[in-house]
Design a protein around this ligand. Structure first.
Ligand code: SF4
Length: 798
């Protein structure tokens, strides 16, 4: 497979730099990695972006960390006094300190952090990092879930019992209508962009919801220019039109959602069999049979009603005789329609800035161009109402009836493997000590994800207990999370911090030990399935090492296994043998590690997609969904029990002109942010070929807003919020709403080759966007922070 023409090698693999994992060919000339090209034979290999093409610059960059380093001066000293040490010393020191913290305090006093797998190659080792954390005894995994992933993987579990659309991926190849919400696949998942363009050519319709007209929004049939953070009202408004017009799949709603179940008007609880009879179960739910004018019981354990469910009422109010008197009850769907009905197209126009005719058109398109496949991303996740937005979009999607149907959002099959995240290594008692669980019991902590604020509070305020140690795998927390000043204070207060990364950065600078990490091109990586389709899922590939590691850099996975050995946890890590770990993981797949090494293009394991798996019967019982009612929960008693709205509700962003009118005189503009297509989050600004095209941080604003302030294109401006100010160059964009401006995060790194400066991460002359975003206004369920909807003022600086 590997072509070897004299001194030129072409090595098949995939670019691991972001979530797209594009199939690629690495070109190595005379032992030097010189180019990365697309591999059209790979299921995700039709295109590469500029970041992928710049991979050789990343590999050979002179600022790469090449040796383990030890701090020799106190934190706070402008010179950390980094001293090169051996791997043995680095691992011994790290293990000794971590073990000391676990023994003197507790294992949970050590938090493990990780850069987002969506924007880095950490996916190679993410599962193994989780395993190390649990083997160590800590339940605390700080992985930015509250900012990137909450909406698509976890929030919708309260609706679907599963990650929709995170795990139920859009079947773009067969979709009739594609809905992208706060998601620009051009930079988030390139393969989705390529497939969408092909879908448009065959006639699929496209709806893009985004405050900016970027990427595929320019090709969309409908571009809904929503005010940042008001997305929930838009989703409810579109749902309202669909329900009002009858543009919804009645059978799906009746059979597979809890829409027919009756809600008591006196206490908001679902009516149960126990309410009707002392001998019946509180786990059986009641619906109303319209034809027979009597209650019917639904038993989740049997997955069925005690009668004909085609006659179940979705609307109306019914007086039900209970053990304690007559109670008025309404079907969940009737309440759903009522809540949606408060968001008329006219109201949506007022709240969201999306024209009423566009709301109507979107509803019509979603219905008439079915099947609908959708995806949503961090644009709707970095919001103080992130959970309600995810619930509202999830509810809207349920109306189409397209879940797990061809052309809808489908749970594609996976090659069978062994789970290696080590859930069995952490006791239930220890899992219950996850930071954040007392304050946000339904938030990321429920799945052992810790928000950055929970980490900082644990260090600074020792609440709910003291955090003393941090093991960091690439997370540049101070540039990617809100309130960087508080973050710096927190990290400086750690008793011990070991950080593994490619480059020194403002976060790593606060570590005690820094470990050099290989890029994805200097190390193997095992990828089991490429997610986007059945074909992609069937591919198992062991990415080859393209060139030798720089200096003494080791891959994250090697570091995990080595550190485990030094911590005395080798028994859970095959005594440090990564290959043995891979073999264990691959066992059920029938694919051997040797076969993968001999076949660098990977091995295809035949898979067959089954649709509508929720309807499959096992022992005569329909599978349904992994929710308390085994239905899609338009109405969530879990949320109700914790004091949250049981139906998706519109909540105004906590920092907005409507919710904080007192701020708007000083901060009249809505501040959102977006990633630059040339950089993954806080990375790659040191690469000349990329930085040349984006030499400075920018803020996009409407020409009228610029003119009012005497700002010309390219002027340096200050972006000011109640938390402080940073600088950026003005870029004018007349497609923006005049009251919306869009900044960028991640600016700190210099690129001396082209004379582009670095930026102070903590001062007003710098460009760290997250320095001006506060951590106090958060989503009450997930702790998500409003990076995408804040208030600001823009001024020209001289
Ligand atoms: S989109 Fe770009 S950075 Fe991401 S995997 Fe593909 S080539 Fe690499």
């Amino acid at each position: 497979m590997v072509e070897n023409t004299q001194s030129i090698k072409r090595i098949p693999g995939y670019c691991a730099l972001c979530r797209s994992r594009c199939g690629s060919i690495a070109v190595v000339e005379n032992g030097r990695f010189v180019a990365l090209e697309p591999d059209p034979s790979h299921p995700t290999g039709r295109a590469l972006c500029a970041k992928g093409r710049a991979a050789p610059e990343l590999v050979y960059h002179s600022d790469r960390l090449r040796y383990p380093l030890k701090r020799t001066r106190p934190k706070g000293d402008p010179d950390p006094g980094w001293q090169r040490i051996s791997w043995d010393e680095a691992l011994n020191l790290s293990a000794a300190n971590l073990r000391r913290l676990a023994d003197e305090y507790s294992p949970e006093s050590v938090v493990f952090s990780m850069v987002s797998p969506s924007t880095s190659a950490i996916v190679d080792s993410a599962n193994w990092i989780e395993r190390l954390m649990r083997a160590f005894g800590s339940p605390n995994f700080c992985q930015s879930m509250e900012l990137c992933g909450w909406g698509r993987y976890l929030a919708t579990r309260y609706t679907y019992g599963a990650g929709v659309p995170g795990n139920y991926m859009p079947d773009l190849e067969n979709a009739g209508c594609i809905l992208f919400w706060g998601y620009n696949p051009n930079l988030a998942r390139l393969d989705h962009a390529v497939t969408t363009v092909a879908a448009l050519k065959r006639g699929a319709r496209l709806i893009v919801v985004d405050p900016r007209r970027i990427g595929l929004a320019k090709k969309a049939d409908l571009w809904l220019q929503v005010r940042p953070g008001s997305d929930g009202a838009l989703a409810l408004g579109i749902a309202h039109v669909m329900i009002e017009r009858g543009w919804y799949d009645r059978d799906f709603i009746r059979n597979w959602t809890n829409g027919p179940l009756l809600v008591r008007s006196d206490n908001g609880r679902l009516l149960t069999g126990r309410d009707l009879s002392a001998s019946d179960s509180a786990q059986r739910y009641v619906a109303w049979n319209e034809a027979k004018q009597r209650p019917m019981l639904f038993d989740p354990a049997l997955g069925s009603y005690d009668g004909d469910n085609t006659e179940l009422a979705l609307f109306g109010e019914f007086m039900i005789d209970t053990l304690h008197g007559t109670v008025g009850c309404r079907p969940v769907f009737d309440l759903t329609a009522e809540v949606c009905g408060r968001n008329t197209p006219e109201r949506v126009e007022t709240i969201c800035g999306v024209g009423r005719d566009q709301v109507e058109s979107a509803a019509r398109m979603l219905w008439e161009a079915r099947p609908v496949a959708y995806y949503a991303w961090s644009g709707v996740e970095m919001q103080t109402n992130a959970t309600q937005i995810a619930r509202a979009i999830g509810q809207l999607y349920a109306l189409t009836g397209n879940l797990d149907a061809p052309g809808g959002n489908v749970l594609f099959p996976s090659v069978p493997t062994k789970d290696v995240v080590g859930r069995e290594l952490l006791s239930t008692e220890q899992a219950a000590r996850t930071l954040g669980l007392p304050e946000l019991p339904l938030g990321p902590a429920r799945w052992q994800h810790v928000t950055s604020e929970e980490l900082y509070r644990g260090i600074l305020e020792q609440q709910p207990y003291a955090v003393r140690g941090l093991v960091g795998f690439g997370a540049n927390l101070l540039l990617s999370h809100a309130d960087s000043g508080r973050g710096r204070e927190a990290l400086a207060g750690l008793d011990f911090y070991v950080h593994a990364d490619l480059f020194m950065n403002p976060t790593a600078e606060l570590a005690d030990i820094v470990l050099p990490v290989t890029s994805a091109f200097e190390s193997e990586g095992l990828k089991i399935g490429f997610e986007v389709s059945q074909e992609a899922q069937s591919l198992v590939q062991l990415r080859q090492r393209v060139v030798e590691p720089q200096g003494e850099a080791r891959s994250d996975i090697e570091i995990v296994f080595d550190l485990a050995n030094h911590l005395g946890l080798g028994a859970h890590f095959w005594d440090g043998d990564v290959d043995a770990g891979y073999r264990y993981q691959l066992e059920p797949s029938g694919v051997s590690l040797d076969t993968l090494r001999q076949n660098p293009r990977g091995v295809r394991v035949p898979l067959q997609t089954r649709h509508r798996k929720f309807a499959e019967q096992r022992n005569g019982i329909a599978q349904g969904f992994d929710t308390p009612t085994r239905k899609i929960e338009l109405y969530s008693e879990t949320l109700l029990e914790h004091g949250y709205p049981p139906l998706p509700a519109y909540e105004e962003p906590l920092i907005s002109p409507l919710s904080r009118p007192e701020l708007t005189q000083r901060y009249p503009l809505i501040l959102t942010c977006a990633k630059n297509t040339l950089f993954c989050e806080t990375q790659q600004r040191a690469l000349p070929s990329l930085r040349r095209h984006a030499p400075d941080p920018e803020v996009e604003l409407h020409p009228a807003v610029a003119a009012e302030r005497g700002i010309s294109p390219g002027d340096w401006v200050s972006i000011e919020t109640p938390e402080g100010s940073v600088r950026a160059r003005a870029r004018l964009d007349d497609t923006l709403k005049p009251n919306v401006v869009c900044g960028q995060h991640g600016w700190w790194q210099p690129c001396p080759e082209i004379g582009a400066p670095g930026y102070d991460a903590f001062g007003p002359d710098g460009a760290n966007f997250n320095l001006i975003i506060g951590h106090e206004a958060i989503d009450p369920i997930s702790g998500s922070v409003p990076h995408r909807a804040y208030l600001c003022q823009i001024r020209r600086v001289d």
